[in-house]
Design a binder for this molecule. Sequence first.
Ligand SMILES: Nc1ncnc2c1ncn2[C@@H]1O[C@H](COP(=O)(O)OP(=O)(O)OP(=O)(O)O)[C@@H](O)[C@H]1O
Ligand SMILES: [Mg+2]
Length: 450
Amino acid sequence: MTTFEQILPRLTEVLKAHQKTVDLLEWLLINRDLNGRVRLIVPEAIEMDEAIRDQMGLLAERLAAQLGPHAYPAEAAILYETSRELACQGATSYPLERFSHVWLLDRLATEGNWAQIAAETQGSRRVVFFSIKGGVGRSTALAATAWALAQAGKRVLVLDLDLESPGLSSSLLPPERQPAFGITDWLVEDLVDNAAAVFDNMMATSDLSRDGEIYVVPAHGADPGEYISKLGRVWMSKGRADGSRENWSARLQRLLADLEAEVRPDVVLIDSRAGIDEVASTCVTDLGANLVLLFALEGSQTWSGYRILFEHWRRAQVAEAMRERLKVVAALVPETDRIAYLEGVREHAYEIFIESLYDEIAPPPTEAIGPAPEDKQRWRVHQLVEGWSFDEADEGAPHAPWPVNWHRSFAGLRSLQGRLAVIDAQEVKAIFGPLIEGVSSILDTENVDV
Ligand SMILES: Nc1ncnc2c1ncn2[C@@H]1O[C@H](COP(=O)(O)OP(=O)(O)OP(=O)(O)O)[C@@H](O)[C@H]1O
Ligand SMILES: [Mg+2]
């Protein structure tokens, strides 16, 4: 019995058995179609070469035998294409492990593929608040961070991209300040080239900030209206004048650029949707985030979810593009046994970072293990020489959590807006301090031109 999970290992075996034939090809694409069936795409020139064609025929037969329902019959298994770029259009593609010129074209029914990572933005810093599970205090922490950064005189732009369960804006804006439109309206109007009709009315400033400003862009306007009908259209791609298509994520990036040009924020805080979801994929991988916060409750559900995501990044060979901007946030840290709880988060986060995202490096010399500054210095040298990895105890490592404390004054709140209106700096620091300091620290570093 062959199931989806056997496709890649068996395919790899077959390709290895036919390595000589594979080496004759300039490139080879493995097309895994929407139904999870595999075909091979090879350069057009091969069609004229009888010897290679015969060899490819044998390979296709073996593949059909090995993959069963997950392969096309050998006689229909090979496609010819003039260029690799052309064949890759509209699909997620990444190099197949252990081969230098073989790519997997993975055609998904969804756009969110989690594997194409946009380079970090060079403009305003963008911070994405993500969690694998919902209800972990992500939006509350975002609102508190916005509050604290504004108190420190920063211009903060807040985007509610949790379109399917919106609500962040109501925590930062009282009802009378809600703008008429939101992100959903812009995405829908943009489809008919009418985005200008809503752009000036989709943002409001929060009255919570005293020194800096918080600009809030909600998911929907004061009156959501036909929200479900609009939401069902935001994912649409849009035709360009040159005949190509701009997908929804590219449209969203355009909106973000327009908002940044208008507000000129120091930082953009983005409330992403929870889970392995299309909008979350866009927030985490497409928006050029400088920092992606991974909110985590201690527990096996959290780590098995993050493991799936990290393994996908490792397999798609994009771990390097992603790992330096990740940071774990220990969410809702309980009042009792705090230290043991945080140790658990650190340990389990370390396990999956080391498994999938950190480089494998030789164990450090014993004199590099320890809390003293000179030990840390020795560790850094070891790391620089050996690869990108961290000691489990390293506070600066992505897996080392910034804690957000559970606090009864935030539990089961009726109005977060009301709560933030009366909060003071000491309280915010006691609950969200390390998170706020961490986000602030990325604002202090200058953009590096590349
Ligand atoms: N630090 C905290 N201490 C105690 N309770 C909190 C804290 N932060 C948030 N809460 C409460 O936890 C619940 C969930 O918070 P919030 O809506 O911020 O989570 P979320 O991760 O954004 O959820 P969702 O995935 O549904 O968007 C709310 O009732 C909120 O008041
Ligand atoms: Mg939320």
